[in-house]
Write a protein that binds this ligand. Structure first.
Ligand code: UD1
Length: 430
């Protein structure tokens, strides 16, 4: 019988100590796609050792790049040929939706890109209409053929004014990366302004792009003829930093989180303070201490600088053992409450109604076998296991591996009783 890995947690430990946050997953994937815009060697520093980076590396290799990840130094080297290929295959795109973000740079540089359609995933249907209509406004024709999006602009893209109906992270990045090599000026209005977009814009500027309004919801791009490769350090992962902050609050712990930018997590840290945590910001990060059972907090997910949807499951777990009741509202991904059923298996009292979840805090959860449905749900279930009585086994950990580097090792160093174990495949969640 085949074996797969799970994370086994014995609840009850108080987490204390310090932890270092690596570069952001959501940033590095876009920076890797942006590397396609210039021939030569792009070097990214502080790149996390996670599955999604391996998948994106494989995608770039298939496009003709040489990619090397020095996992000790955290350095990723991408050697881009003069003429990269232009097809992103289904077997990779279906494993990682962010692959769709090679569309903009390939189209901008080569005038052609064929990228497999990703389909739905475990957090919802996730449309591509904003990506497509934006590229069309820049002069491309985009068609769906045999499961692929085929985008063409044989004469090159031409700058235009684009208004996004919604500040989509992926669409903003795709259009930004397409526009930097377009002829003339592009304006992207109602652009997303997540720190990962700011990071990608800084990389592009270092490569020779002309971008104004970085960090605002109006990006103005003056197209240039060509870009050159550079070395760039990836912005710290605010979601990983937020995960450790919630871990401290949940376990009545004391964690110093280094290489983190508190200004990227203002609302989330303020919510933790409302829950009763002591949050102290320092030069290189922040410290979160908790001395009593948390108070429940209301959370509403919104595009940045609103509360991040990627930390919603963690706060739902926090509310599940808090004093009082908290309302969690999910505005970005309709299926993100799927993991609530798993949390309920651990005794959490959650009632969902559409995009609201009412969580009534209980004194403690009860360890159980559960299944991760996506990266963040998986991490939140591990955190819940830390405060559950007895043993929790989180299955389908490959989801957690997509976004969290050395998660189990860091948890162990902070004092948690956590191990990776082998389980039998095909028996459901034993
Ligand atoms: C990115 C992040 C993900 C995060 C999300 C929201 C990466 C690799 N992933 O995902 O971790 O949870 O931002 O902060 O960076 N939408 C459309 N049409 C489109 C594009 C998006 O309807 O053309 C909708 C989506 O279905 C969703 C919402 O817009 O409801 C937000 O999606 P978007 O901001 O694009 O998220 P991603 O870039 O996919």
């Amino acid at each position: 019988m085949a074996h797969v890995e799970a994370i086994r947690i014995v609840g009850g430990a108080r987490l204390a100590g310090s932890v270092r946050v690596p570069g952001a997953k959501n940033s590095v994937l876009m920076l890797m796609a942006a590397a396609l815009l210039a021939e030569g060697r792009t070097i990214l520093e502080d790149v996390p050792v996670i599955l999604d980076v391996a998948i994106m590396s494989e995608l770039l290799r298939r496009l003709g790049c040489e990619v090397e990840h020095d996992v000790v130094l955290g350095r990723l080297t991408i050697d881009v040929p003069a003429e990269p290929l232009h097809q992103a295959d289904y077997d990779l795109v279906r494993r990682m939706r962010a692959s769709i973000n090679v569309l903009g740079p390939l189209l901008g540089r080569l005038g052609i890109a064929d990228v497999a359609l990703p389909g739905g995933d475990n957090i919802g249907s996730r449309g591509l209409d904003l990506h497509i209509s934006g590229l069309e406004r820049l002069g491309a024709t985009v068609e769906s053929e045999h499961g692929y999006l085929v985008a063409r602009a044989p004469g090159g893209l031409v700058g235009a004014t684009l208004w996004l109906d919604f500040p989509s992270v992926g669409a903003t990045l795709n259009l930004l990366m397409a526009a930097v090599l377009a002829r003339g000026t592009t304006v992207i209005d109602n652009a997303a302004r997540e720190p990962e977009i700011v990071d990608a814009a800084h990389l592009l500027v270092a490569m020779g792009a002309k971008i104004d309004g970085i960090g605002t919801s109006t990006l103005m791009i003056d197209g240039v003829e060509e870009l050159h490769s550079v070395t760039h350090r990836v912005v710290p992962d605010r979601i990983v930093a937020g995960t450790w902050a919630v871990a401290a609050a949940l376990t009545l712990g004391d964690i110093t989180i280094n290489n983190a930018d508190a200004s990227h997590l203002e609302i989330a840290l303020d919510k933790l303070a409302q829950a009763g945590a002591d949050v102290v910001v320092h030069d290189d990060g922040f410290r979160v201490r908790m001395s009593k059972r948390p108070l429940a907090v209301d959370v509403v997910t919104l595009p940045y600088p609103g509360f991040p949807t990627d930390l919603q499951p963690h706060f739902l777990a926090l509310n599940s053992i808090a004093v009082g009741a908290g309302m969690v509202t999910e505005n970005l991904f309709e299926a993100r409450f799927r993991f609530v059923q798993e949390l309920a298996r651990m005794g959490a009292e959650v009632r969902t109604d559409g995009h609201h979840a009412l969580v009534r805090g209980r004194e403690r959860l009860s360890g159980a076998p559960v299944e991760a449905s996506d990266i963040r749900a998986g991490a939140a279930l591990v955190l819940a296991g830390l405060v559950a009585e007895g043993i929790t086994t989180v299955h389908e950990v490959q989801h957690v591996d997509r976004g969290y580097a050395h998660f189990v090792e860091d948890l162990q160093r902070l004092g948690a009783d956590v191990t990776r174990i082998q389980t039998d495949l095909g028996t459901g969640a034993p």
